[in-house]
Design a protein around this ligand. Structure first.
Ligand SMILES: C[S@@+](CC[C@H](N)C(=O)[O-])C[C@H]1O[C@@H](n2cnc3c(N)ncnc32)[C@H](O)[C@@H]1O
Length: 474
């Protein structure tokens, strides 16, 4: 073979390479938007092979490079590991034929005599005895391994993966599908443990769970040197996740005590918050203090920012009114007309009800005005499930809906993680469309989420009776 033909063959076999993603089975709906967002950060589309099953723990990807999959694994909390796929099939015989077709020159660098290796066996939805695992490894003897086995520090790690389906009550004797590949990298599942709210310095009643915070930062495509803002910052869980990916972070909250880290503690056995229990200290705990800009007390219904595109991403968790109130400050415009017997004095309300639908339209308008082009808004939308229709998700002429994933909270309530991308600059004419077009304010019927949440609970008896959705429990 001439060197040119060899190089072309090599190029083709590399381009035709497939990668096997092994995904975690929690937060199943959040996985596809996460992987798509991470691929798009690298300028790559999501290219699954035919017969793609979104709920499966195994996905095959094509048209990506090893660098791309390493880039995804450096950020994902939904995928556990990725392998360069060498072969697969519905049976071990099909796997063998598939492995025999894999280009020998692509295998060769990893099977050298002077290298060491190890083969793992992973079974999904079935536990195998040690002897059965060894037997499965022995059955791979047709693979031309030349190096020595080293279980502790191998140069190369391979894995035989068997998929026994997703029904724990109906586990077949033989797997539905088997895969063999070279391990490339693990994902960032460890972040879920290392950033657990349980071990966090400063927490509140609604601190966002660590795994979901990282998923939100990934859906928002937060990257190094970005400027990220959370208008309902609370204890700053979302700022922690965004700063982990190298973004500069800031936030606002209407609650003076939360912003100043004072007042009643949320931890059991602790009455008052201690000194230095604040958002800056949270970032310090994870070595991210250099990305902390600031947080201030401010009402999200009244923008304090100089007009114009400012933020690369807005990542937030607005209040639903279950564990924290949905209030906004009153203003001069909203002075209640004095009644006859009110001694003629005006009364400026300190705080007023802030309907969810108004809060959401303010949030979308804010994102349209202050996001840079291509910037993303990621937020949670509370849903009363019996009444949910896709049309109630608020839209905006300047923002495109990217994904909408459900996290069930109870039989009748859930919250949906909404990701939108700014695709058009905000113009004065958009205000008219917003007022006239009913698609832009469809959430109104869902305003009474709190009442519906609690009325649903009192109607039912069940394990979650009387329990508000705790985000720590996610
Ligand atoms: C669900 S919590 C956010 C929790 C936060 N993600 C965390 O991890 O701690 C919602 C926050 O919105 C704040 N909030 C409520 N109404 C507000 C308003 N009008 N403007 C700004 N913040 C508001 C509440 O004080 C609360 O801290």
């Amino acid at each position: 073979m001439s060197s040119r033909t060899y190089n072309m063959a090599l190029h083709c076999s590399r381009a035709c390479r497939q990668y096997l993603l092994h995904l975690a089975q929690d937060n199943v709906e959040f996985r596809l938007p996460e992987i798509k967002a991470l691929l798009s950060l690298r300028g790559q589309p999501f290219c699954p092979v035919e017969d793609f099953k979104e709920k499966s723990p195994f996905w095959l990807l094509k048209n990506v490079s090893e660098d791309d999959v390493r880039g995804i694994m450096a950020r994902t909390v939904c995928a556990k590991s990725v392998f360069e796929l060498w072969g697969h099939g519905r049976t071990h015989t099909e796997l063998q034929s598939s492995l025999e077709r894999y280009p020998k020159e692509d295998m060769a660098p990893f099977l050298q005599e002077d290298s060491t290796y190890k083969i793992n066996v992973y079974t999904f939805n079935k536990t195998l005895e040690f002897q059965d695992r060894i037997k499965k490894i022995d059955e791979l003897e047709y693979l031309p391994f030349q190096g020595k086995v080293n279980l502790k520090h191998p140069d190369h790690v391979f894995c035989l993966l068997e998929d026994y389906g997703t029904d724990p009550n109906n586990i077949p004797d033989e797997p539905f599908h088997v895969y063999f590949g070279r391990w490339i990298a693990d994902g960032q599942r460890e972040l879920i443990r290392s950033h657990s709210v349980k071990k966090r310095h400063f927490i509140g009643n609604t601190s966002m769970d660590a795994g979901l915070s990282f998923i939100m930062a990934n859906h928002a495509r937060v990257k190094s040197h970005d400027l990220v803002y959370d208008p309902f910052v609370g204890t700053g869980s979302l700022l922690i996740a965004c700063s982990h990916f190298g973004a500069y972070v800031c936030g606002t909250d209407i609650d003076y005590n939360t912003i100043h880290g004072i007042g009643k503690a949320s931890r059991k056995n602790q009455k008052w918050r201690g000194p230095d229990e604040n958002i800056r200290a949270n970032l310090r705990q994870y070595g991210r203090e250099q990305f902390y800009l600031d947080v201030l007390v401010s009402d999200a219904s009244k923008s304090i920012w100089r007009e114009g595109p400012l933020f690369n991403a807005i990542v937030t968790d607005p209040p639903y009114g279950i564990r924290e109130s949905t209030r906004r400050t009153g203003s001069q415009k909203e002075i209640i007309k004095p009644s006859e017997d009110f001694c003629g004095e005006s009364h400026v309300p300190v705080s007023m009800a802030y309907h969810l639908s108004d809060m959401l339209s303010d949030l979308l308008n804010f994102a349209a005005r202050y996001l840079v082009m291509g910037g993303r808004l990621v937020y949670w939308l509370p849903i009363y499930r019996p009444e949910y229709r896709e049309e109630i998700v608020p839209l905006h002429p300047c923002l495109s809906l990217i994904s909408n994933c459900e996290q069930t909270l109870s039989s009748h309530t859930s919250r949906r993680l909404i990701t939108m991308e700014k695709t058009k600059e905000f113009e004065a004419s958009d205000i008219m469309s917003l007022l006239q077009d009913s698609r832009y304010s469809p959430y109104r019927g869902h305003n009474a989420f709190r009442e519906k949440y609690f009325s649903g609970i009192t109607k039912r008896s069940g394990k979650d009776e009387g329990k508000a959705p705790t985000k720590e429990d996610d």
